[in-house]
Structures are given as structure tokens and as C-alpha cells.
Design a binder for this molecule. Structure first.
Ligand SMILES: [Zn+2]
Ligand SMILES: [Zn+2]
Length: 631
């Protein structure tokens, strides 16, 4: 519709028709043409507005009401005697950056429009409608071209999506004309269906008449007894208007993006019972979708079998845009509620994760191979992506049984401390007082148990899988599938899970309440090069009793490991002095153990003094050595 513009001088129309609040551009033009004193074709008006180059119908082929160039906007505003602002608000691009992201849309390229429409779930061709609204003023609302409009709050009714007579998608726009107006050369009849007639009902060609159903007479479905649905629609309408959703705290674009992702997930895995209370007709619509989905899945299974177990064609997740208002009415309340935090204003990842959990379990049961890839297919972003990953990594069930999502979590939020505040091995005093008895009968060593406790504590500061907690504390990743799972098994079989959870959350609360905390990560960083602490024979002999001095190098090295342990709260195996040995032989532990038994009693005061001096230098805000939280 661009290109060199006509030589025709633009003349303002004799009639100035005020647009209806929220009306779309094609509807407005239809109403103008219908009210002109002489019968005029829509194509003539489009030509007079400077929107196409002749009065011929063949020209009216591009998406109507999606966007206009700056020149077209100026022309139309001048002719229609309306501010450009007003016109711009009647185009689908009004929702760009609000409910849809139209990047990549070229109005002159129908292919780009199809792509963007599919990606963003915008109805570039077709529209929902409210018969009661049309009966009042014949104005098609712009927002009816979004799947996020499924109800009319004003009339308390479900929107309609098709014409009952021709059975086609409503909206009077024709896909085969690239979204242009249907029957553009014929006289407009606002409020009536201008789709082609039902297949087989009338001939094609020049003489063909449009469907002609009176859409204002189509019976509506009242939602007066479904306040949940009307409440959802009101929230979506408000977010469209304010460009922000105060409930989730998300900007509108992110909010609608998240709704789209959730709806796509529901379409793929949800069962009718998942969606909450719905009116029967709405539930029916979803039931039909589920039937069709089962059919397609079964088909896929059968296509898969002959290939001898190799995976068959993948199911499309984020496929065609749903065009059924009833189907969207089934999905959107659940989706909007999932994005409703207990404390309005900020989405809470643990909470969101809890809501996603049953659906992710279904995905898993579906035998979907690469669940992490699924996040991409559904286009999960931001908090939704975090929540999805949180559910996936909660495989061991720690979060739900003992952690942030468990009944023992006083508030359903992460505690206010970070992984930096936690030593790799739990504080000795804390461990002995609250945790050691729980692991007493197990064959987990004390160091391992302390590491597991630290990892568990870290998991209360953020929803992290064991692996990530290990990485954060610089513990070997093998702890995640080894020690941690084993320890959880010990707790479970000894029926001490509850005691463990209470001790853990109690410790987390105390840590959170501490004003000054040691920064263990900073300490580890600062001591990266601590490979030796010089201990002379004199220091050894000061202890009085005879101690075999042994080899000086080993003595310095073991002393450094001990000092490192005191400052970082870590395990000697991670100490730089011990990492130094390229091949850490099995005897390394034995030798260190012997050092602790034989030499440490004599050296302890000296080494602790050294450690305290070093700690003061690397963590000046908190120079103490910490055996316990309060020490
Ligand atoms: Zn209405
Ligand atoms: Zn029709």
C-alpha cells in the first residue's frame, strides 16, 4: 500500500464521524462509508484517504488496520479530520510493545505479517466480536484482534469468534487477500458478516454476495455467573490500557508474553481438571482441544513405531494461534492466576514454580525427552524461565520436602542471605549442636555431613539445584549426586527429615538476622595463593614436649591447609596448598591427618594467631574466625 502516491488532491470528507472508544480502523472506515449520503464502495474511500492508488478493489489487498506509513497516516488524518494520534490508536500497532512485539513486521510483506502474527498470537486476519457491542454501535473493537480478549466486561459475555452462518472466522478480512477487506467494492453493512458465504451456498465470481448474517443477533454466552473469567478479563484490559500489570509487577509486554507461554504450555499438557472452575461451554471447548490433541499424539506415536524406536516427528508446541475465544477463556484465568503472587507487585519464583510443578510433571510423564529445550519452545522468559528451571532441578524434591517450598518454610520466599555468607563446611558449633545427632547412625563422615548441611542452607537463599549449590561453594560436583542424595536418604529412612528441616530453617533465620557476616567467597578469593605457612622448628619446640619436625615442605603445606580451613570454612581438599600436589594420592589425607594428630596440638595457638591476622586482612568487615555463627 505504499509506493508513489497519487496525484489526487486530498479533500476532507464532508462528514466527520467520531470514532467509538477502542474502535479498530477497518470498522471505523466501514461505518463512515455506510453513513455517506451516497452509496460509495470502501475502495473509493481508501483511494480518497490516500491509502491506495486507485479505486479498484484489487488494490485493497494488504492487511487492513495493522499499520500505516507516516505519509498514509498524515493523509488519512487530514481527510478524516482527526488527529493522527487518534488514528494511530485504531491500528493494531497500537499494541506493539504492549501486548505484542511487532519487530520484523513489514506491512508490505504478507509473509512477514504471517510470521509475526504467528509468533505474537495477534489476529492479523480475523477478530473476535461481542454481538451486544455491535448491536449498540456496530464498532469492532481493536482489542478483539488479540487472543487476550475473550470476554466483554461491559456486557458480561463471552466473545464470539466465528459467524454461525458461514462458519468462518469473523472480522470481514480475507486471508487470501493478505488480510485485506472482503467485498471491498460492495456497500458496507456494519454489524453484518461480510465473509464469503458458506461453502456451497452461493456462487463465486463477480455476482457473489457476502454471507450477510446479522452479527448483532448472534446469541451471546453470559458470564455473569463466572466472575472468575470476568475478573481475569478486567485485569487483562487494565494491563492493555495502563501498559503495566500491577498485580505481577510486570510491564505489559512481559506480562502478555508470559501469559502466551503459559497458555501454550496448557494447550500442550493440561487436562480439564487442571484449569480451575469454568462454565460448561468453556470447559467443552477445552475438552474438544484435548481430544484433538490426543488424536494427534496417537498419530505421532504410530508414525514413530515403524522407525524402530527412533524419535518421530516432533509435536509442535507453540504452533497455530488459538482463535477460539472459549478456548482462551479456559486458559487465561489459570495463566493470570499463576502470575498472581501472594504479595502483589513482585513475582515470586518459588511460588510460580509451585504452580508450574504439576504441568511440568505432566510434561515429564509425556516422555518429552529434553525438558530443558522445552523452555525454549514455549518461549519461557524471566521469572517464568527461572521457575521452570527450579521445577526441573527439584527432581530430588528437596525444595518441596525440606526447602523453600516445604511446609517448614515460614515465608514462601528465599531467605535474605547469599551463598557468600555460607562456608563450604557448616560451622562446627552449629553442626554439633543441631545437625550431628541426625547423622549419627549413618556412615557419612563429619566433613561430608557438614558440607551437605552447607549446601542445603545455600538452597534456602535461592532455588538452586544441588549442582549449582556445589558450584557456588566450590565443592566437587560429585557431592550433588553422591553425598547429598545419600544424606537425604539417611534423613528419610531415619524419619528425621522434619527435625532436619526445622534445624535448617532455624539456622537460616539466625543467619538472616546477623548484621555482619563473613564473606567466605571473598576469603577464598583472597587466599588463592596460600600454599605454605612457614613453621620453624622453633615454633614446634615452643610447645615443650618433643615433636618430630618431619620434612619442612610438608609441614609448611599442611599448616597452610589448616590456616586456610580456619579462614574459609572450607575442606582441606580444596585448599590451594593441597591442590598444589598434582596427583593427590590417597595418602594425602592420611598425611594431613597425621599432621593434625601429631603436630597440631603443639602448633594450634601459633596457627590460629596466623589465621586471625590473615583473616583481618582479607575480610576487614568481619575479621573473626568463625567456628560458629555467633563466635
Ligand atoms: Zn460487549
Ligand atoms: Zn458469515
Amino acid at each position: 500500500m505504499t509506493g508513489p502516491l497519487l496525484s489526487l488532491p486530498l479533500i476532507p470528507l464532508p462528514l466527520r464521524l467520531p470514532p467509538i472508544e477502542g474502535e479498530g480502523f477497518p470498522s471505523y472506515l466501514d461505518r463512515i462509508v455506510a453513513q455517506l449520503p451516497l452509496p460509495v464502495a470502501l475502495t473509493v474511500l481508501l483511494y480518497r484517504l490516500g491509502l491506495q492508488e486507485s479505486e479498484r478493489g484489487a488494490e485493497a489487498r494488504a492487511h487492513t488496520g495493522v499499520s500505516l506509513s507516516a505519509q498514509q497516516l498524515r493523509n488519512a488524518a487530514f481527510t478524516l479530520r482527526l488527529p493522527e494520534e487518534r488514528l494511530r490508536a485504531m491500528l493494531l500497532t497500537h499494541f506493539d510493545g504492549v501486548a505484542v512485539d511487532f519487530r520484523g513486521l513489514d506491512p508490505d510483506d504478507p509473509d512477514s505479517a504471517r510470521r509475526v502474527g504467528l509468533r505474537e498470537w495477534a489476529y492479523l486476519v480475523g477478530s473476535h466480536y461481542c454481538p451486544a457491542c455491535l448491536a449498540e454501535d456496530q464498532a469492532w473493537r481493536l482489542a478483539w484482534r488479540l487472543p487476550f480478549s475473550f470476554a466483554c466486561v461491559r456486557h458480561g459475555a463471552l466473545l464470539r469468534d466465528t459467524c454461525p452462518r458461514c462458519g468462518r472466522r469473523a472480522g470481514n478480512l480475507r486471508e487470501e487477500y493478505g488480510g485485506g477487506p472482503a467485498y471491498a467494492t460492495q456497500k458496507r453493512q456494519p454489524g453484518f458478516c461480510m465473509n464469503p458465504p458458506a461453502t456451497g451456498e452461493a456462487g463465486v465470481g463477480r455476482g457473489a454476495r457476502f454471507c450477510g448474517q446479522d452479527l448483532t443477533a448472534v446469541p451471546g454466552l453470559s458470564l455473569r455467573r463466572a466472575p472468575r473469567l470476568l475478573k481475569t478479563q478486567a485485569r487483562l484490559d487494565a494491563a492493555l490500557e495502563a501498559r503495566h500489570d500491577p498485580v505481577s509487577g510486570l510491564p505489559a509486554l512481559a506480562f502478555f508474553q508470559a501469559l502466551r507461554s503459559l497458555c501454550a504450555l496448557l494447550l500442550y499438557v493440561a487436562e480439564p481438571g487442571d484449569l480451575g472452575p469454568l462454565p460448561p461451554k468453556v470447559l467443552d471447548a477445552f475438552g474438544r482441544h484435548v481430544e484433538e490433541r490426543q488424536h494427534r499424539l496417537a498419530q505421532r506415536q504410530s508414525e514413530r513405531r515403524p522407525q524402530g524406536g527412533r524419535s518421530g516427528p516432533l509435536m509442535r508446541f507453540y504452533g497455530a494461534t488459538p482463535t477460539s475465544a472459549a478456548l482462551m477463556a479456559a486458559l487465561l484465568p489459570w495463566a493470570a492466576e499463576a502470575l498472581t503472587p501472594a504479595q502483589p507487585g513482585t513475582l515470586n519464583v518459588p511460588e510460580l514454580a509451585e504452580r508450574l510443578r504439576p504441568l511440568v510433571e505432566r510434561l515429564r510423564a509425556r516422555g518429552q525427552g529434553h525438558l530443558r529445550m522445552v523452555a525454549k519452545d514455549f518461549n519461557f522468559q524471566g521469572p517464568l524461565l527461572d521457575a521452570f528451571h527450579a521445577v526441573l532441578s527439584g527432581r530430588a524434591g528437596f525444595d518441596h520436602r525440606l526447602g523453600l517450598l516445604s511446609p517448614y518454610a515460614p515465608a514462601r520466599r528465599a531467605y535474605d542471605f547469599t551463598v557468600d555468607d555460607v562456608p563450604a563446611l557448616l560451622w562446627e558449633d552449629e553442626f554439633r549442636a543441631h545437625f550431628a545427632p541426625l547423622f549419627e547412625d549413618s556412615d557419612l563422615g563429619e566433613r561430608t555431613s557438614r558440607a551437605v548441611c552447607s549446601l542445603a542452607l545455600v538452597r534456602l537463599s535461592a532455588l538452586l539445584p544441588w549442582e549449582a549449590a556445589c558450584a557456588a561453594l566450590e565443592l566437587p560436583a560429585t557431592y550433588a549426586c553422591g553425598a547429598c542424595n545419600k544424606a537425604m536418604g539417611v534423613l528419610s529412612s531415619a524419619q528425621t527429615e522434619e527435625a532436619f528441616a526445622r534445624a535448617l530453617h532455624g539456622l537460616a533465620a539466625r543467619l538472616e538476622a546477623q548484621p555482619a557476616r563473613a564473606n567466605y567467597r571473598a576469603r577464598r578469593e583472597a587466599l588463592r595463593d596460600l600454599r605454605a605457612v612457614a613453621v620453624t622448628a622453633r615454633e614446634l619446640s615452643l610447645a615443650g614436649s618433643f615433636v618430630n619436625p618431619g620434612k619442612a615442605a610438608a609441614r609448611h603445606q599442611h599448616s597452610a591447609a589448616f590456616v586456610w580451613e580456619q579462614i574459609t570454612g572450607g575442606d582441606w581438599r580444596g585448599a590451594p596448598a593441597m591442590r598444589e600436589r598434582e596427583k593427590r594420592t590417597a595418602s594425602a589425607g592420611e598425611l594431613y591427618g597425621r599432621f593434625l594428630d601429631e603436630k597440631l596440638p603443639a602448633l594450634r595457638p601459633f596457627l590460629l594467631e596466623q589465621a586471625a591476622a590473615l583473616a583481618a586482612g582479607v575480610d576487614p568487615g568481619h575479621p573473626r574466625l568463625t567456628r560458629g555463627l555467633e563466635s
